[in-house]
Design a binder for this molecule. Structure first.
Ligand code: FDA
Length: 493
């Protein structure tokens, strides 16, 4: 086959659209399922209040990011199923990732943030930022279907009470706040609030998928790619090996599983070109394993390095502000303290959609944490380890603490210490924004080509060196647009 893409998240979806539009028959191999069939309740995805097997990837118990309430474990038993959200454990961190056709777009908060230009230039100095900000960021925003909230509606609707009170407390303490674009259709959300359509964002649906309203990749890039007639998707297929084929091209081995995770069959195909789009963790794991096992032994030593968690740390405040029983699961606002050179912070004002008043103000802080980690193949276990240590999260906590100490002090509020463990204030042992592992212009050339292997490319979040200062999918998409344009023009004509 001419082109095989491993994974169907942002990088994979952009690659699929641009390859198929160029007339190239393209095959996506995706380990998760195609989320098109409703369950017995008539819904494709389950909500956060009543998680079932659809919530998590092959687990018998949920592993919620906020795993405790009032100090007691809040996780529930579920049936083992190929659910939408994976929490993948390494020694000192858990990495949350979407599983299914659409990757992370199925489970994320939809926050579509273009990074600050100066920081983008600092992080990716080899990329022409004029081109990015004039061409590829706008192209990505259009392709993703990004829209902005009606600010007058935001000020009055019950479902953003939580964001308004967090904004007030931040502003009172001297911090700026900003509206954040989203790929959730805000017009649909307005109709939800008016009880005119079935509820999704207003029905505690987010991290296990949204049944309505969200423009996930299966509705945007992947739908457009499928419309060319040149796209094939093999869902519930996990790529396990990529090696140079003797007659040219690459031999790709994969395992097909059923929805309980049992192996159905193993398959081997040959592809002229392989695009790695399995996400920061998935792509890094595959490439590091292939190098160690001698299947792609000439990959550079930089492959597997430069991984970071985008400075992620979660925290919650407790006070007497009413945050609302009805909360939109789609964040629409952030606290922007990135200009503070003592410790930049961009904090998403996150919902806590419990369906009842909780007085909880929740935040996902993105900080400028300089620490990085590396993936390595463990020949004893046959698995890939990630060297991230718990202590490496400390700079993120320090930066976030300066902001939230100040907010608490001004508001007379305190941290909640019952949500991430017993007497544990910081949600510092998990990540929503894994980045790096196959960094642009280090592990690859300046367009994602893997050196020494004609026809192997990396197109996903592993290209971004560990930090981007905002929620990352717009950057991943725009960089994929830039790189695919170059690759199609120069390698595929
Ligand atoms: P992505 O992870 O999207 O896709 C990789 C795909 O490859 C997956 O579908 C996976 O199943 C598949 N795969 C992996 N290994 C494979 C193998 N060996 N064989 C076959 N398939 C394989 N970002 C943002 O900008 N705004 C937001 O609001 C949020 N919110 C958020 C909430 C939550 C709960 C999470 C978990 C994440 C976010 N994010 C986010 C992060 C965002 O979703 C993430 O950065 C992108 O999805 C990463 O895009 P990629 O294309 O790199 O990989």
């Amino acid at each position: 086959m001419p082109a095989l893409i491993i994974g169907s998240g942002y990088g994979g979806a952009v690659a699929a659209l641009r390859l198929t539009q160029a007339g190239i028959d393209t095959h996506i191999v995706e380990m998760g399922q195609s989320w098109t069939t409703p369950g017995s309740d008539g819904k494709i995805f389950c909500n956060m209040l009543n998680p079932d097997g659809r919530s998590f990837w092959l687990r018998t118990q949920t592993d919620q990011p906020v795993g405790y309430f009032l100090g007691s474990p809040a996780n529930k038993s579920i049936s083992k199923y190929t659910g939408a959200l994976d929490s993948e454990s390494f020694a000192a961190t858990r990495v949350y990732q979407g599983r299914g056709v659409g990757g992370g777009s199925l489970v994320n908060g939809g926050m579509a943030v273009t990074p600050k230009r100066a920081y983008f230039e600092e992080v990716l100095p080899s990329v022409n930022s004029n081109e990015m900000y004039s061409t590829y960021f706008p192209r990505a925003n259009t392709g993703l279907g990004v829209n902005n909230i009606d600010q007058a509606w935001f000020e009055t609707t019950d479902c953003y009470q939580y964001a308004r009170v967090s904004r007030k407390r931040a502003n009172d303490a001297g911090f700026a706040t900003t509206f954040v674009p989203n790929v959730y259709d805000f017009d649909y959300m307005k109709q939800e609030a008016a009880n005119q359509v079935p509820r999704s964002a207003l029905a505690s649906e987010v991290i296990y998928g949204n049944n309505y309203g969200k423009k996930s990749l299966d509705k945007t890039y992947l739908a457009a790619a499928a419309a060319t007639g040149k796209l094939t998707i093999s869902a519930l297929h996990t790529v396990t090996s990529v090696a140079s084929a003797s007659g040219g091209g690459y031999t790709v081995e994969m395992v097909q599983i059923d929805t309980s995770g049992n192996t159905v069959t193993q398959k081997t195909v040959t592809a002229d070109r392989v695009f790695f789009a399995a996400g920061s963790v998935g792509t890094s794991k595959l490439l590091v394993s292939m190098r160690a096992q001698g299947k792609l032994s000439n990959l550079p030593s930089a492959v597997g390095t430069g991984w970071g968690n985008n400075g992620n740390v979660m925290v919650a405040r407790a006070g007497l502000d009413l945050t609302g029983a009805l909360q939109s699961g789609m964040p629409a606002m952030g606290i922007d303290n990135w200009a503070d050179t003592n410790g930049p912070v961009f904090a998403e004002i996150a919902p806590f959609p419990a369906g009842t008043e909780t007085w909880i103000n929740l935040y996902l802080a993105i900080t400028k944490n300089p620490n990085r980690a590396a993936f390595s193949f463990n020949s004893t276990t046959g698995k890939v380890d990630l060297s991230w240590k718990a202590s490496q999260t400390q700079p993120s906590i320090d930066a976030a603490k300066r902001v939230f100490d100040a907010i608490n002090s001004k508001a007379g509020t305190v941290y909640r210490s019952d949500l991430f463990g017993v007497n544990k204030t910081w949600g510092d042992d998990f990540v929503y924004h894994p980045l790096g592992g196959c960094v642009l212009n280090q592990a690859t050339d300046n367009y994602g080509r893997l050196p020494g292997y004609d026809g192997l490319y990396v197109v996903d979040g592993s290209l971004i060196p560990g930090s981007i200062g905002v929620n990352p999918f717009v950057t991943i998409t725009a960089l994929a647009e830039r790189n695919m344009e170059k690759i199609i023009a120069t390698d595929l004509q």
